[in-house]
Design a binder for this molecule. Structure first.
Ligand SMILES: CC(C)(C)[C@H](NC(=O)Nc1cc(F)cc(F)c1)C(=O)N(CC(=O)NO)CC1CCCC1
Ligand SMILES: [Zn+2]
Length: 185
């Protein structure tokens, strides 16, 4: 079972690596690891388990955050209209909207044990081509908060941290000449 002790924190070079593609079809090991990552997210959002194991409630986890050099991540979003779980290998952003969005409270990261203030501009809508747990190619279309989570995780696979997107001069400045609006989780 993955616990917070298994989560790599900023400063570890693997968080700045461009990770390697996973050969398709995925091996049993690849699939087991990705399933574990999704289970961690579910556990982290279960008050009972999270309380017992001191888990920080997470919505997304990329492989390098548990020390694995593999282009894969899990996302688990449980909201009013049910739960959305994604386990993806080798995701590729195939298209995105011009319009952008950002979380008014800013972003955080399971690998970052500090608050970093500032807006993180993200595409409002994205289309992602990836491979699912069975190694089948899937096209995933997302908008709003789920799109933000996917972009945050895809950044991790390329060694990018959320704060790399924050304006250095004014963390709350929004990109000029851009259609951008705030969205809530
Ligand atoms: C870093 C942390 C604050 C824990 C963040 N959670 C979050 O933003 N909100 C959240 C968590 C829940 F479990 C249920 C819920 F409805 C809301 C998160 O999991 N991540 C994932 C991460 O660090 N992946 O590497 C950071 C988010 C910032 C924007 C998108 C993902
Ligand atoms: Zn993160």
């Amino acid at each position: 079972m993955i616990t917070m002790d298994d989560i790599v924190r900023e400063g570890d070079p693997i968080l700045r690596k461009v990770l390697d593609e996973v050969n398709m079809p995925p091996t049993e090991e690849d699939k087991a690891e990705l399933r574990c990552m999704l289970q961690f997210l579910k556990n982290s959002q279960d008050p009972e388990i999270a309380g017992k194991c001191n888990l920080r409630a997470g919505v997304g986890l990329s492989a390098n955050q548990i020390g694995l050099n593999k282009r894969m991540f899990a996302v688990y979003i449980a909201d009013e209209d049910g739960e959305k779980a994604y386990t993806v290998f080798n995701p590729k952003l195939v298209s995105h909207s011009i319009s952008m969005i950002y979380l008014p409270q800013g972003e955080g990261c399971l690998s970052v044990d500090r608050k970093v203030d500032g807006f993180v501009p993200r595409y409002e809508r994205i289309k992602v081509k990836a491979y699912d747990l069975d190694g089948n190619e899937v096209l995933i279309k997302l908008k709003g908060y789920p799109a933000i989570v996917f972009q945050h995780e895809m950044d991790h696979l390329n060694g990018i941290m959320f704060y790399d997107h924050i304006n250095k001069d004014n963390p709350f400045a929004l990109p000029a000449n851009t259609d951008i609006r705030s969205v809530y989780e």
